[in-house]
Design a protein around this ligand. Structure first.
Ligand code: NAP
Length: 316
């Protein structure tokens, strides 16, 4: 069975460079399962889900099917899921629930989805004022560490964490985060965060690596950008491949979602595209704009963040 290029994380675990995202607003089980089956055939070995996406059952069922048919072995795939904000009080139970939905014994990576704590049972992804609990990252992280100790996951990490929050976490973590999964693409390049994470040996994984074209919060600005088009033309590639090759060239894994066979093949093809220094320089000059801004986690009263600048510690 083909294997994919990988990065070695700070605890020695290896993570395949291109991951298939499984968030889709429709969350149709059959479509998701079919996409995962196709992805496995094309060589995808890394799958990204989260409790809040609702895609854990479909992903798990497709992976288990492929394992039982002998298409792949469990050790050949890398599965990530995430702790939703209303589960910060008990990461162990939340991960046990996730594993039950996936039908797997462990996940490879479990991430704190957002630095936001909501009251237990809050299911609305866009919280109301009364839904917030006081954020206590130290106790959340203690629960995440317990998940590793219990063998429920091989690695733990965070998502949507600024440089400042990463440093805070390192102040008390016994197990440092292996990964920070954040928005990153040619128009949101995360230069400062990448430097800080590099210093502390934390891998930066890129979500929305194409800018999320077609998502309700996404943008086509990246894939339609004239600079991306010109670089693509030069390499006989496509703008989405250039966007992904840029993320890979920065040493990041890219978590890209497509459930369309042609686009999934196009995206994994980015592994064969190498950008040169002049391409990288052109991309560095592109204007920047963060697409996932997180306004829904801010308010004047109960959220720890009054503004998005508080949420991202001015890295926006
Ligand atoms: N940690 C977090 O907070 C967080 C936040 C957002 C996302 N994520 C993860 O990252 C994954 C990817 O992020 P994302 O979905 O926001 O952004 P994305 O991968 O940049 O974009 C996905 C969108 O682009 C379309 N697309 C994919 N390949 C394409 C191509 N070659 N040409 C043109 N369009 C293409 C897809 O539609 P089709 O399916 O029709 O191809 C889909 O609408 C998610 O599924 C999720 O797993 C994590």
């Amino acid at each position: 069975m083909r294997s994919m290029r990988q990065v070695r994380l700070n605890n020695g675990v290896c993570m395949p460079m291109v991951g298939l995202g499984t968030y889709s607003a429709e969350n149709d089980e059959e479509t998701t399962q079919e996409a995962v089956r196709m992805a496995l055939q094309m060589g995808y070995r890394h799958f990204d889900t989260a409790k809040i996406y609702g895609s854990e059952p479909a992903l798990g069922s497709a992976l288990r099917g492929a394992i039982s048919e002998g298409v792949i072995e469990r050790e050949d795939i890398f599965v990530t899921s995430k702790l939703w904000s209303s589960d910060h009080h008990d990461p162990v139970s939340a991960l046990e629930e996730t594993l039950e939905k996936l039908g797997l014994e462990h996940v490879d990576l479990y991430l704190v989805h957002w630095p936001v704590k909501l009251k237990p049972g809050v299911v609305n992804p866009i919280p109301n004022e009364e839904d917030y609990d006081e954020l206590d990252l130290e106790s959340t992280w203690f629960g995440m560490e317990k998940c590793v100790e219990m063998g429920l996951c091989r690695c733990i990490g965070v998502s949507n964490f600024s440089s400042r929050k990463i440093k805070q976490l390192l102040g008390f973590a016994s197990v440092p985060p292996a990964v920070n999964q954040v928005e990153m693409h040619p128009m949101w390049r995360q230069r400062k965060l990448r430097e800080v994470c590099k210093k502390y040996n934390i891998h930066v994984s890129a979500y929305s690596p194409l800018g999320g074209p077609g998502n309700y919060w996404g943008s086509t600005a990246v894939v339609d950008h004239p600079i991306m088009k010109s670089i693509a033309l030069k390499h006989n590639a496509t703008p989405p491949q250039v966007a992904l090759a840029w993320g890979l060239s920065r040493g990041s894994t890219v978590i890209v979602k497509s459930f369309n066979q042609r686009r999934m093949r196009e995206n994994i093809g980015a592994l064969h595209l190498t950008l040169d220094d002049s391409d990288i320089l052109k991309i560095q000059k592109m204007e920047e704009w963060k697409i996932m801004r997180g306004e829904f986690f801010t308010n004047e009263t109960t959220s720890p963040y009054k503004t998005i600048q508080d949420l991202w510690d001015d890295e926006i």
